[in-house]
Design a protein around this ligand. Sequence first.
Ligand code: DGL
Length: 254
Amino acid sequence: MSKIGIFDSGIGGLTVLKRLILTLPNEDYIYIGDNKNCPYGDKTKEQLWEYATKIIDYFIKREVNLIIVGCNTVNSNIFNELIIKYSNIKIIGVIESTIEKVIALNPNSCLIIATKQTIKAKKYQQKINEQNKGIQTINLATPLLVPMIEENNPNIEIILRNYLEEYTDQVDILVLGCTHYEIVEDKINKIFNKPIVSSSAEIVVKVKCYLESNNLTNQTKGKTEIFTTGNVGKFIEASSFFDYNNKKVSSLDL
Ligand code: DGL
């Protein structure tokens, strides 16, 4: 039987959870949005470690048997260290499957947008070029986006245009290297109408394979618990894209 823990700095990981519930509706999920510490994109590795280990320790207390890191910033900065510390629990991140998708598309060039710390860690660039040196990557930190998405800020289209417009003719594909960005993908599409690879999308197949090959899939409809370490009302307001369908959001003090 599976119980899946998934976390992010805020509402971004809900884009992963939404896809997981659609594909794997029978599993039990516990989601944590660490809004108290959001955004993660400008935090040090030490801070990210403190936040992620607190969350994972909570998941372990709740007897979760699969953890999904729904945050590129944590994935690209401390993922290997987390795997070593928590070697007896399966942890899956969003980056690996996103890179597999980029390699499969085999573009000449791609623009990767992500938080400051994700870009600084250079994980996307390194891993793409380890597998295919011919793909040119342009790596762009877009630090204004996560706070604007969390605030539901209506001016985000102007900011997206400022970030992206100059690259539209320069690259073949765009990689959304932050799980928050899928929330504004329709707005991004208006500016950049070429293929988009979202880091929220590809992990679902990996999770399904893992559960099936380990006989962990549940047979009857599962339940989903959603927590935020921040303000519950703000969390729900900013995540209107998520179908709550009787799922309640509760406050969590870690
Ligand atoms: N959704 C997180 C990510 O994928 C956002 C990190 C942040 O809070 O800056 O990187």
